[in-house]
Design a protein around this ligand. Structure first.
Ligand SMILES: *[C@@H]1O[C@H](CO)[C@@H](O)[C@H](O)[C@H]1NC(C)=O
Ligand SMILES: *[C@@H]1O[C@H](CO)[C@@H](O)[C@H](O)[C@H]1NC(C)=O
Ligand SMILES: *[C@@H]1O[C@H](CO)[C@@H](O)[C@H](O)[C@H]1NC(C)=O
Ligand SMILES: *[C@@H]1O[C@H](CO)[C@@H](O)[C@H](O)[C@H]1NC(C)=O
Ligand SMILES: *[C@@H]1O[C@H](CO)[C@@H](O)[C@H](O)[C@H]1NC(C)=O
Ligand SMILES: *[C@@H]1O[C@H](CO)[C@@H](O)[C@H](O)[C@H]1NC(C)=O
Length: 844
């Protein structure tokens, strides 16, 4: 999702002109590729590269700060793959701090231990922030500031250091804060200056403090959602241990969740302990709960604190164990995971975990810039940050199945992230699928969005159906209960939940009766937002296709026919007469000759009008977010006109054939209609394949990377959703999945060689994609030599000529060698009818 995109710059007039000029050139001056005969001789790439430059340590190319401004909402702190503990400083930057830290100059309110990454919506998690004062004015603990709004402090500009497993920042109060994480425990190392007296600027002006560090934990969260009556804490004067719990609201859903912490400190003698509410600390109360002593002070802040004597080594280490089950489990997690408070060791263990995960990919990076390598590895890294592995921490039910949370949201992640995990980390993807099925078992429905043990808001269809079908056809069978999976997807299709704002589908009666979600249909079986009738129709159709796939696989042929038929319902919202109109920069009405768009339709069969471009970068971009009243979700009818992945040949016919389709798709990408900051746009970059022009897909991949996916702080065009990196990484490796199908659309890779450990063959038979530039004898030496050769001229799979412009999952499953020759002209590879990816009839 892309709920908030502050300051996104949508206007790219110059690039646009260039792109338009090029499109015009292609259409009018470039011969259609089918008519080009292959005259160039095949130059076999040498089996052994002469100057291979194997990628170095991937960790050196991961910049966790990418996407920490301009709506990327990326979590940049230390974490394990799918880790629950995610410590980072919390920036008080409203609208931007969904993941805690933001690379701007906003104040830091504390350091908290749980976050989500890349989401829209409200700030997520950020429970129990820890704050460190180096001392208090007049050496008096009552003179320190405790509440969020008074304690928050400036950062020292440019002091952040972020790398895999490690984050540090300097604050204006002279505290140098470093953090590391294990799976469920955050570890902080605070370094204080040796000076006995410190001067610095605070919210309330310049102060002088006497060195005697005071650390506090606030029972709040990042979004100030603490349910004060349910909060409680205790601090033990002897050991300094702090424990606590709180109840909070999810960031994009309904309900509440409970979290628990257990903090221990090392490095200095304890001077005082106590508790605080607002800015009032006391030493005679060491136990508080919301009932006895409300936290209902205006600041909402309250919790335990400890003042230490000056630390002999100038350092205090704070270990904060987390749990969603109990305080005892939070303490046990901390004691088991980081028994010795070993900061360096904790960093090293996180690094090792990431090296192991990312070690399934090897690259030849000859001629590839450092920036592009950074885009690639950082993107892969972000794809494994979430969903979070809460196995053993499920506060809702006991189960022997895995539990994953932060499916935030499947609407975003089913398109690229989950297919990527199916290749890179099939065991993890299998556990996630099992977790989804277990959620169905205990909650009654699969989620479309889920965070913090709560139901999240459904954005479009019931897209977990696609995730399950995708997993099945990709052989992720280990321990998956497919009978229950099938029951779950049927439930999505057939049983209206009471509240389809948070699960399942709405207007199923309309679906059955009219074959589309009628814009004026009112659900009599459940309630939910009666909006997004067009995008829901298109998504329900693809979800039904996924059900048909599972039905056939599991031997339910009748269901297969039924759901295949419904998968054709995308046609029913297609208004062939709808024209395209927009306002130009002078405010004048402009019309194009494009005709035929999906449009809202009433029960009586007539169409209503929705502007074809509304909710695109060039026209009212923010009008289709979650509170939309319109018929398309987070995108325009233009965008949704391309969404029928189950029946691209039928869709292309509807557009009026290949030429018309290609012209529309090129126009869409070059006219401020496409917005790459949202996940539905991914597939449109590659759909040229279906009309026999895989080279146009390559062209647009290279237009978007690195211009919109790059290694700068704002190098992500929208909320990351742990999906933007998956898109970039796969596009750079030279393939993109059609989620729910065993289909990967092939484009020119950015690397001379990509090697992926295969599931069956392992490293003995990896999936290798090797590219050479036409004319080169297999040696790629000069800088950027592949980068201007962006078109596949010819291919061989395991030594045999390969003309299909797509490849199936078997390649990644079993391994193989795909050899590509790249050139600077579009060429004719993959353009024949028999080379196109499968469409509806092939699935029938
Ligand atoms: C605090 O001190 C600094 C450095 O001496 C000075 O630049 C700043 O203006 C002072 N701030 C306030 C609020 O007095
Ligand atoms: C704690 O001390 C304060 C004064 O410092 C007093 O007002 C309060 O009643 C005391 N609370 C308890 C529980 O003793
Ligand atoms: C998830 O956590 C459980 C419990 O710690 C562990 O057994 C499992 O291997 C983890 N799964 C992944 C994919 O990391
Ligand atoms: C679906 O079934 C209806 C009614 O039997 C039929 O008219 C229609 O052609 C079918 N559509 C597809 C795509 O099979
Ligand atoms: C990097 O990507 C961002 C986000 O898409 C874009 O706004 C910016 O212009 C890009 N920067 C460069 C140097 O291409
Ligand atoms: C799944 O496994 C079966 C049997 O091992 C194999 O025939 C099939 O090709 C595999 N499918 C994919 C998509 O890898």
């Amino acid at each position: 999702m892309a709920l908030v995109t502050i300051g996104a710059d949508f206007k790219r007039p110059l690039r646009l002109l260039v792109a338009l000029a090029f499109v015009t050139y292609i259409f009018f001056c470039f011969p259609r590729s089918e008519t080009v005969t292959e005259t160039r001789p095949w130059i076999p790439p040498s089996r052994q590269r002469l100057t291979p430059t194997k990628s170095g340590d991937p960790l050196e190319y991961i910049d966790p700060l990418i996407g920490t401004i301009n709506g990327g909402h990326v979590f940049p702190g230390p974490t394990h793959p799918y880790g629950m503990a995610k410590p980072c400083p919390d920036a008080m930057a409203r609208g931007e701090n969904a993941a805690g830290f933001v690379s701007d100059d906003s104040h830091i309110g504390g350091f908290s231990h749980l976050h989500d990454s890349g989401t829209g919506g409200n700030p997520s998690l950020g429970t129990f922030p820890l704050f460190a004062h180096p001392g208090c004015p007049l050496n008096d603990y009552t003179k320190c500031r405790y509440a969020t709004n008074t304690r928050m402090i400036n950062r020292v500009p440019d002091s952040v250091e972020a790398r895999v497993g490690y984050f540090s920042i300097n604050l204006a109060n002279h505290v140098h804060a470093e953090m590391a994480a294990s799976m469920r425990t955050a570890l902080y190392r605070f370094t204080f200056p040796p000076d006995p007296v410190l001067a610095y600027e605070t919210q309330e002006g310049n102060i002088t403090a006497h060195s005697s560090p005071l650390l506090l934990v606030d029972l709040q969260d990042l979004g100030s959602t603490s349910q004060a009556w349910a909060a409680g804490c205790q601090v033990y004067p002897e050991s300094g241990r702090m424990i606590g719990e709180g109840m909070f609201l999810p960031s994009f859903g309904r309900g509440t969740y409970t979290a628990y912490f257990c903090a221990d400190f090392r490095g200095a003698e304890i001077r005082h302990v106590g508790t605080f509410t607002g800015d009032d600390p006391v030493t005679n109360v060491t136990y508080m709960n919301g009932v006895d002593r409300g936290f209902s002070n205006p600041s909402g802040s309250g919790g335990p604190w400890i003042q230490f004597e000056r630390p002999p080594t100038d350092q205090i280490v704070a270990r904060v164990g987390m749990s969603f089950k109990s305080v005892d489990q939070a303490c046990a997690n901390a004691e088991r995971e980081i028994p010795d408070f070993d900061f360096e060791g904790t960093v090293a263990r996180a690094e090792d975990a990431w090296r192991e995960k990312l070690g399934v990919v090897e690259l030849d990076v000859s001629g590839v810039s450092r920036e592009l390598q950074t885009v690639f590895w950082s993107g892969l890294y972000r794809s494994l940050v979430s969903p979070q592995n809460y196995t053993g921490e499920n506060q809702l039910w006991d189960s022997t199945e895995p539990y994953f949370d932060s499916f935030y949201c499947i609407w975003d992640s089913f398109r690229a992230q989950h297919p990527l995990l199916s290749i890179l980390d099939p065991p993890a993807q299998t556990e996630m699928v099992r977790a989804l099925i277990d959620i169905y078992r205990h909650v009654g429905k699969l989620p479309d969005c889920r965070m913090s043990f709560c139901k999240g808001y459904t954005q479009g269809g019931s897209n977990a159906d696609v995730v399950l079908a995708d997993a099945y056809i990709k052989n992720l069978t280990g321990g998956v209960d497919w009978e229950t999976a099938y029951e779950a997807v049927l439930s999505d299709a057939e049983d209206t939940p009471k509240d389809w704002g948070v699960e399942g589908r709405g207007n199923i009666e309309s679906w059955e009766q009219y074959g589309y979600i009628a814009a004026d249909h009112r659900d009599t079986r459940g309630t939910g937002p009666h909006t997004r009738s067009v995008s829901r129709t298109l998504e329900y159709a693809y979800d039904d296709f996924s059900i048909a796939v599972l039905a056939r696989a599991l031997g339910h042929e009748d269901d297969h026919a039924k759901y295949m038929n419904r998968s054709g319902f995308w046609r029913n919202v297609w208004n062939a007469d709808q024209t395209d109109m927009y306002f130009d920069e002078a405010g004048d009405i402009r019309r194009t000759s494009f005709r035929g768009f999906p449009q809202p339709r009433l029960m009586d069969g007539t169409f209503k009008y929705q502007n074809t471009r509304v909710c695109s970068p060039g026209q009212e971009p923010h009008k289709c977010y979650f509170d939309t009243a319109l018929s398309t979700y987070e995108g325009s009818p233009w965008l949704y006109s391309f969404y029928a992945p189950q029946d691209m040949s039928g869709l292309i016919e509807t557009f009026g054939g290949d030429e018309a389709f290609l012209e529309r798709l090129d126009y869409y990408h070059s006219s401020e209609i496409a917005y790459m900051g949202n996940e539905q746009s991914y597939l449109t970059v590659f759909q040229f394949h279906y009309a026999g022009r895989p080279g146009r897909s390559s062209y647009w991949v290279n237009e978007y990377i690195p211009s919109q996916f790059n290694a700068s702080l704002n190098g992500i065009p929208g909320n990351d959703d742990c999906a933007m990196g998956a898109f970039a990484a796969m596009a750079m490796m030279g393939f993109f999945p059609v989620a729910g199908q065993s289909v990967y659309l092939l484009t020119a890779p950015f690397f001379p060689e990509v090697r992926l450990r295969s599931r069956v063959g392992g490293w003995d038979r990896p999936a290798v994609i090797r590219s050479v530039r036409e004319g080169d004898a297999g040696v790629v030496e000069d800088e950027g030599s592949l980068r201007d050769a962006i078109y596949i001229q010819s291919a061989r799979l395991d030594g045999k000529p390969y003309t299909k412009n797509w490849i199936s999952h078997d390649f990644f499953e079993e391994g193989g060698l795909l050899e590509l020759t790249l050139g600077t002209d579009e060429g004719s590879w993959g353009t024949g009818q028999g080379d196109l990816p499968p469409s509806f009839p092939a699935f029938g």
